[in-house]
Write a protein that binds this ligand. Structure first.
Ligand code: GLU
Length: 336
């Protein structure tokens, strides 16, 4: 890997997703076919940077797994050690927010990692992949992106991994950081940040990480009998995230299951609403946030169920004891 010293070097890892999917070979539906070189070759403009691109996978992001995430993180760390000023990860949008949060949790470099993808594949009118990739490269090469951790560049917005989520299944403006709002945007080839660099919690180590075992999300709602949760616990789940109602509420039946399981199992309670924190002391009914906290459940604060699952899985993979799980959720989930 070498770079003209006057130009920044950015490393690009292509993992698949719509941005790399086109119909072909007699098939009229899109599947991953394009390599990292194809994606870069399609930009057709002077990027004012050197790019080192590699294809690390060619998958739909629904098939993203920890093995691919760890491999990509190690590749990114090597690229930075060899001189890259930033890294771009290109993948499908369906689980993009989880990849972004995995990097946010585990990335210990000042260099930015910028995740992007596309909603319209390259064979469609107004395909958005090339524009998103140029924006991601621009953000990754920008010195003011340093020490901001993992970012998502999409539709010319720049989102923090901490907040971003896919909020639409088909629009090109598919990502939202509701309720915090984007961190910045790209306009006329320049990155505009709305906020200065802020302190971030220390990166979680992945030394000897073992991601085997189930860490499921179980959603509460009408007719919440607790049986699904009980079945998963009996199946050997290592930890569970409850996508709970409102500010962190479950049915009385599920509260009973949680109470019986908690001495042995970490259980995190996150809000399924998509915005707003879990509560700490508003309600006192059976299954309320106060009831669950009194049992020893961990409240996710502002972290949504998917981010909570990522944090819990990474912590359990590295053998974090219960008090550490509680402390990390307080650190990363609470804004107060
Ligand atoms: N809409 C998704 C995408 O943007 C589908 C495929 C995937 O997530 O890999 O890429």
């Amino acid at each position: 890997m070498s770079s003209d010293t006057r130009r920044p070097l950015v490393a690009v890892a292509a993992l698949g997703g719509t941005i790399s999917m086109v119909p072909g070979n007699g098939e009229d539906r899109a599947v991953p076919r394009l390599s990292a070189a194809d994606l870069l070759g399609g930009l057709g403009e002077d990027l004012a940077m050197d790019v080192h691109a590699e294809t690390l996978a060619g998958i739909s992001s629904a098939s993203m797994d920890f093995a691919t995430l760890v491999k990509t993180r190690e590749w990114a760390a090597r690229a930075v050690a060899e001189g890259a000023q930033g890294v771009v990860v290109v993948q499908g949008t369906d689980t993009l927010e989880e990849t972004a949060y995995f990097f946010e949790l585990t990335w210990d470099s000042e260099a930015p990692v910028v995740i992007t993808g596309a909603m319209r594949n390259p064979s469609l009118p107004s395909a958005d992949g090339a524009g998103n990739l140029v924006a991601a490269l621009t953000v990754a090469a920008e010195p003011r992106s340093r020490r901001r951790g993992a970012l998502v560049a999409f539709n010319d917005d720049v989102h923090q991994a901490r907040w971003v989520r896919k909020a639409h299944s088909s629009h090109v403006e598919a990502f939202s950081s509701n309720p915090a709002g984007p961190l910045g945007l790209v306009s006329e080839g320049l990155v505009h940040y709305f906020h200065p660099v802020a302190a971030r919690p220390a990166a979680l180590s992945l030394v000897d990480a073992d991601f085997s075992g189930l860490v499921p999300i179980v959603e509460s709602g009408v007719e919440d009998t607790g049986e699904v949760l009980e079945t998963l616990i009996k199946a050997g789940a290592k930890g569970v995230v409850i996508a709970a109602n409102g500010g962190g509420h479950v049915s009385a039946a599920t509260a009973g299951v949680i109470e019986r399981a908690l001495p042995d199992l970490p259980i995190v309670v996150a809000s399924r609403t998509g915005a707003g924190p879990t509560f700490r002391g508003t309600y006192g009914f059976r299954g309320s946030e106060s009831d669950l906290i009194a049992m020893g459940a961990t409240m996710a604060g502002w972290l949504d169920p998917r981010k909570s699952r990522m944090l819990l899985h990474v912590l359990l993979a590295t053998g974090a004891p219960r008090d550490r799980v509680e402390a990390e959720f307080r650190l990363r989930g609470d804004l107060t």
